[in-house]
Design a protein around this ligand. Structure first.
Ligand SMILES: [Zn+2]
Length: 464
């Protein structure tokens, strides 16, 4: 809206009121009525100074007035908000870098704990960033121990935002599938829930700030849901609101990978945010069974379960980094339960293995993989000791193929089998002669003579 214009008449009224004791006792309305007649009697020249000072006041007002953008917001306010946003992102990045660097300096990076957390929501308010929480999960993670503890709960906020039942229904049916309020499951007391969450985070962090990590696109949801829970709780908890800090897990993924590589003495020049984001967002463990909460496991919505999400992030971290630090991965902690590790940490007891790289990547050549597996089997039958060297142990599926016991009986399968599993000596050598199940030769090798080879030229030479 354009600023209200000043008039020469009002300038005259103001001046008259200031200069007359009678005027000072009048209200503005009385003064206007009183001055109306006086103003009528003024000539154009006499009115001139008042009109020009009114004009000056207009110009002055326009100069001091905030400039607005097309949405009617003051441009300076928008700029300020943007600057604060950039500052907070910068501060977040610096804090994450400092956390990781401090841990590396104290040689304790693998034991440093991080807390990952996720919210599912029923619906979002149309004009603000208020989300109604539906499910919450948090999990404590370190590279060495993997998943250390998990906190997970369903939430019943009691109602959904008026007029948004259809949105909520749509969102639920395409994602988490949780029943909507008033039939929602889980914790109804927001105050209690919030204090439980704060207590869990305090247990994880000790006296440090309560920092939780979540993917970039979930940060707004997590911040808003935390605010939602905090609003419903008492004042003590409201103080706690400032204590829970939501940071970007994808940036942590990048910084941590770089530091892990630098500890392992490997080059990190090909690692950047685009590479790590791609790996993180690929969600390799998306269809892992038995890591979701009971509701989502039963209803086959495990992918959208927050408990499954936070565990999957842990698996992605472990999968990408534990190999570089030669950390023995444990099923259920670093990798999904009932999964065999794709590498094994073996001792470097002066054997030739110590020359090998610390991590045999999943993508290494199949040939090198099987030889390392064989060496590993000889060097460390238990595989329980740790060292800087490791080797890949191939998963042997051929054993289950058509119930064959011997590689030689179906050699095309047997060739893929590690040598260590071959049948013991005593007939093994003989069997391997007929490697392709060809009919056995009727004569032994030393029964052949030159006459068996009818080479024309050679025969002629003998005769002469
Ligand atoms: Zn769930």
């Amino acid at each position: 809206m354009a600023p209200k214009k000043h008039s020469g008449f009002m300038m005259f009224v103001n001046e008259w009121r200031q200069n007359n004791s009678q005027g000072r006792n009048m209200t503005l309305a009385q003064a206007v009525t009183h001055c109306g007649d006086m103003w009528k009697n003024l000539t154009m020249q006499q009115r001139g100074p008042y009109n020009s000072s009114a004009k000056d006041a207009d110009v002055q007002a326009r100069a001091t007035k905030e400039r607005l953008n097309c949405c009617g917001q003051a441009i300076s306010d928008v700029d300020k908000a943007q600057r604060e946003m950039t500052d907070s992102v910068l501060q977040m990045k610096r804090t994450i870098e400092r956390m990781v660097m401090d841990a590396k300096k104290s040689h304790d990076l693998e034991n440093t704990k991080f807390v990952f957390c996720a919210f599912n929501y029923f619906t979002k308010a149309l004009k603000s960033d208020v989300y109604m929480p539906a499910e919450f999960a948090a999990c404590e993670y370190s590279l060495k121990e993997g998943i250390m503890s998990v906190y997970s709960t369903l939430i019943d906020p009691g109602h959904i935002i008026f007029g948004q039942a259809s949105d909520a229904q749509q969102h639920a049916s395409t994602t988490h599938g949780l029943p909507l309020p008033p039939k929602a499951l889980g914790e109804k007391n927001m105050e209690k829930l919030y204090s439980q969450i704060v207590a869990y985070l305090t247990k994880c962090h000790g006296n440090k700030p309560l920092i939780v990590f979540t993917p970039t696109e979930n940060m707004a949801v997590v911040k808003s849901c935390m605010r939602f829970l905090a609003c419903e709780s008492d004042k003590d908890a409201l103080d706690g609101l400032n204590k829970i800090i939501v940071y970007d897990i994808q940036y942590l993924f990048l910084v941590l990978k770089k530091e892990v590589l630098s500890i392992a003495g490997l080059p990190d020049d090909k690692i950047n945010i685009y590479v790590t984001d791609t790996i993180f967002l690929r969600d390799f463990f998306e269809f892992t069974p038995e890591i979701a909460c009971q509701f989502h496991e039963v209803n086959d919505r495990a992918k959208y379960c927050t408990q499954s999400m936070v565990k999957r992030w842990c698996f992605i971290f472990s999968d990408y980094m534990c190999g570089d630090l030669a950390i023995t991965v444990k099923p259920g902690k670093h990798i999904p339960p009932k999964t065999r590790p794709n590498y094994k940490v073996i001792p470097a007891d002066g054997s030739s293995l110590s020359r090998e790289s610390s991590f045999d990547s999943f993508y290494s050549l199949p040939g090198s993989r099987s030889t390392q597996g064989d060496k590993n089997r000889n060097a460390s039958p238990t595989g329980s000791q740790r060292s800087t060297a490791s080797a890949y142990v191939p998963t042997d599926h051929t054993v289950f193929a058509s119930g064959l016991n011997e590689g030689t009986e179906f050699p095309s399968l047997g060739d893929r089998r590690p040598k260590g599993r071959r049948a013991p000596a005593g007939g093994a050598g003989q069997r391997e002669l007929g490697a392709w199940n060809l009919p056995a030769p009727s004569r032994t090798l030393n029964e052949f003579s030159d006459d068996d080879f009818s080479v024309v030229g050679a025969g002629n030479r003998n005769r002469h």
